[in-house]
Design a protein around this ligand. Structure first.
Ligand code: NAD
Length: 476
C-alpha cells in the first residue's frame, strides 16, 4: 500500500474536498500510484494563519520541549524506516537499500538538532559605563517557508523542518510533488511525536504559484529552498525584494581531481558506486573527473569495469544498484547532454542510451574527450554520467575545476599532503572531501558558494539562518 497523500495544515491531514489532484507516478513503470491534493488559496491562508498562531507560543517553548519532540521523531523514523523507504522507492525510484538508508541516516538530523537546540546561546558584552548591561540575544526569526526537492525527499525536508522547529520557528513546507510520500510520512512523524499543531504545515501545488504566494505573505520571515540554480535565483530575488532571509542550497557540477600519486584503483572503486548513487541525481555527485595523465588509463579502465557491473532496474528489487531517473522529463533532458557530447566528437565509453521498454531507465554513462565548452562540461547534468578529462599539472586541474559558476562539492584523491592542501585551499567550493566521502553528516555544515547558493544546513551553523540577533543595552 502506497502512502495516503494529503496536506497537513493546523495539525490535520486533509484530502479530497474537491481539491485539484495531481497524479504521482512510479518512475520504474510509469504507472500512477497515487493522487496528490493541491492546496487551494484558502488552504495556503489557513497554513499561514496556523503557522503564525503556533509561532506565538512555540517561540517561547523551552529547548527541552523542542529537544523532546525531535528525539521522538528520530526514534519513530527508525521504527518506520522500512515502510517510508518502500514508498520512497515507489515514487522516487532509488534502490530500496538507499531509500531505507536515507530514512535511517536522516533520523540523525532530528537527533543533532535535538541536541544542538539546547546550545543556542547569547552573550554578555562588558560595558564601557558602570551600571550598563549589554546583552546579545538570539531569537527565532519567525514563520519559515521551505521548498524541498525530489532527489532526497526525506533528507532535504527533515533538515529544514528540524532546524526551524529546533530554533523555535514554525514552518510551512512545500515538498516535491513528484515524490511526495516521504514528506507526508514526515508530517506523521512530527504529529505523532507531539509537535503542537501549526508548528509544521505541509502544502502541495504548482511550485511557482505556491512559493510566490507564501514568500509574498507578510507572515513569512524566512525562505529556504533546495533545487536548481535558476529557480533559486528567482526565489532569492523575490525574497530579497521583500527583505526576507534566505538559505539557498542549489545545484553543483562537482569536480574530482585524481592525481598520479593517488591510490588509483582504490579511488576508482570508491568513485564508481558513489557517482551512480541515486542515478547520479545528487547535487554533490562528482561529474567532472579530472585525472592526471600518468593515472588516466589505469583509472578509466578500473572505473569502467566497476560501472559495467552496476545492475540497473526497479529499485524495489534489492539486487538492483541503480534505479530509474525520477521523472520521464529527465530522460529527455539527460539524453540532450549525451547527444551534444556525441556531436562534439566525445567518446562514449559506456552507456549513452536508455534501457528497457518501460520506466525511465538510463544506462550508467562514461564519456571522454569532451570539449570544455560542451553542455556536459558546463551545465549540471544531474544524472548518471561521469566525464573523464586528462590533466597535466595540479594547478591546471584546480583552474579548470574552478572555471564554472558552481561551487558546491569537490573531491580529490592524492597521497601527497602538499597536493591535498593545495587542492583544498585552491578549490572554490562549499565542501571539499579528500580521499573519502564525508559530506552531509548531521554534525557537519552542508552548503555551497558562488551560484550554488548560500547558508549552511547541519553542523553548529545550522540555526544561524533561523535566528535573529538582538542587542539589548540597559542602564540600571
Ligand atoms: P527545479 O529547481 O525545477 O526543481 C527542484 C525542486 O524545486 C522540485 O521539487 C520543484 O518542485 C521545486 N520547484 C521548482 N520550481 C519552484 C518554484 N518556483 N518555487 C518553489 N519550488 C519550486 O529542478 P529540477 O529540474 O526538478 O531538478 C534538478 C535540479 O535541481 C538540478 O539542477 C539540481 O541541481 C537541483 N537540485 C539541487 C539540490 C541541492 O541539494 N542543491 C537537490 C536537488 C535538486
Amino acid at each position: 500500500m502506497y502512502e495516503t497523500l494529503s496536506l497537513y495544515i493546523d495539525g490535520e491531514f486533509i484530502q479530497g474536498g474537491g481539491r485539484r489532484e495531481q497524479d504521482v507516478f512510479n518512475p520504474a513503470t510509469n504507472e500512477v500510484i497515487g493522487k496528490l491534493p493541491h492546496a487551494t488559496r484558502e488552504d495556503l491562508d489557513a497554513a499561514l494563519a496556523s503557522a503564525q498562531r503556533a509561532y506565538e507560543s512555540w517561540r517561547h517553548s523551552s529547548p527541552m520541549e523542542r529537544s523532546k519532540v525531535l528525539r521522538r521523531v528520530a526514534e519513530l523514523a527508525r521504527e518506520r524506516a522500512q515502510d517510508i523507504g518502500r514508498n520512497l522507492t515507489l515514487d522516487q525510484g532509488k534502490p530500496i537499500a538507499e531509500a531505507i538508508g536515507e530514512v535511517v541516516s536522516c533520523s540523525e538530523h532530528a537527533e543533532w538538532h535535538a541536541e544542538e537546540c539546547r546550545r543556542i546561546y547569547g552573550r554578555v558584552i562588558m560595558p564601557r559605563t558602570p551600571g550598563v548591561r549589554q546583552l546579545v540575544l538570539r531569537e527565532p526569526i519567525g514563520v519559515c517557508a521551505a521548498f524541498s526537492p525530489w532527489n532526497f525527499p526525506f533528507n532535504q525536508a527533515i533538515r529544514k523542518i528540524a532546524a526551524a522547529i529546533g530554533a523555535g520557528c514554525t514552518i510551512i513546507l512545500k515538498g516535491p510533488e513528484d515524490a511526495p510520500s516521504a514528506v507526508v510520512a514526515l508530517a506523521r512523524l512530527f504529529h505523532d511525536a507531539g509537535l503542537p499543531k501549526g508548528c509544521l504545515n505541509i502544502v502541495w501545488g504548482v511550485p511557482h504559484e505556491v512559493s510566490d504566494y507564501l514568500i509574498r505573505s507578510p507572515i513569512v520571515r524566512k525562505v529556504s529552498f533546495t533545487g536548481s540554480v535558476a529557480v533559486g535565483k528567482q526565489l532569492a530575488a523575490l525574497a530579497g525584494s521583500l527583505m526576507k532571509r534566505c538559505t539557498m542550497e542549489l545545484g553543483g557540477h562537482a569536480p574530482v581531481i585524481v592525481c598520479d600519486d593517488a591510490d588509483v584503483e582504490k579511488a576508482a572503486d570508491m568513485l564508481a558506486p558513489f557517482k551512480f548513487r541515486n542515478a547520479g541525481q545528487v547535487c554533490i555527485s562528482p561529474t567532472r573527473f579530472y585525472v592526471q595523465e600518468g593515472a588516466y588509463d589505469k583509472f578509466v579502465a578500473r572505473f569502467l569495469s566497476k560501472v559495467e557491473a552496476i545492475k540497473v532496474g526497479a529499485g524495489s528489487d534489492p539486487a538492483n544498484r541503480m534505479g530509474p531517473l525520477a521523472q520521464q522529463r529527465r530522460v529527455a533532458q539527460f539524453a540532450g547532454f549525451i547527444d551534444d557530447a556525441h556531436q562534439r566528437g566525445a567518446t562514449i565509453l559506456a552507456g549513452g542510451k536508455t534501457l528497457g521498454e518501460t520506466g525511465n531507465f538510463y544506462a550508467p554513462t562514461v564519456v571522454a574527450d569532451m570539449p570544455d565548452d560542451s553542455r556536459l562540461m558546463t551545465e549540471e547534468p544531474f544524472g548518471p554520467v561521469a566525464g573523464m578529462i586528462r590533466f597535466k599539472t595540479v594547478e591546471d586541474a584546480i583552474t579548470r575545476a574552478n572555471s564554472l559558476p558552481f561551487g558546491l562539492a569537490a573531491y580529490a584523491f592524492t597521497t601527497s599532503t602538499r597536493h591535498a592542501t593545495m587542492i583544498s585551499n585552491g578549490l572554490e567550493a562549499g565542501m571539499v572531501s579528500i580521499n573519502h566521502f564525508g559530506m552531509a553528516l548531521a554534525e557537519t555544515p552542508f552548503g555551497g558558494i558562488k551560484d550554488s547558493g548560500y547558508g549552511s544546513e547541519g553542523g553548529s551553523e545550522t540555526f544561524d539562518a533561523y535566528l535573529t540577533t538582538k542587542f539589548v543595552t540597559q542602564l540600571n
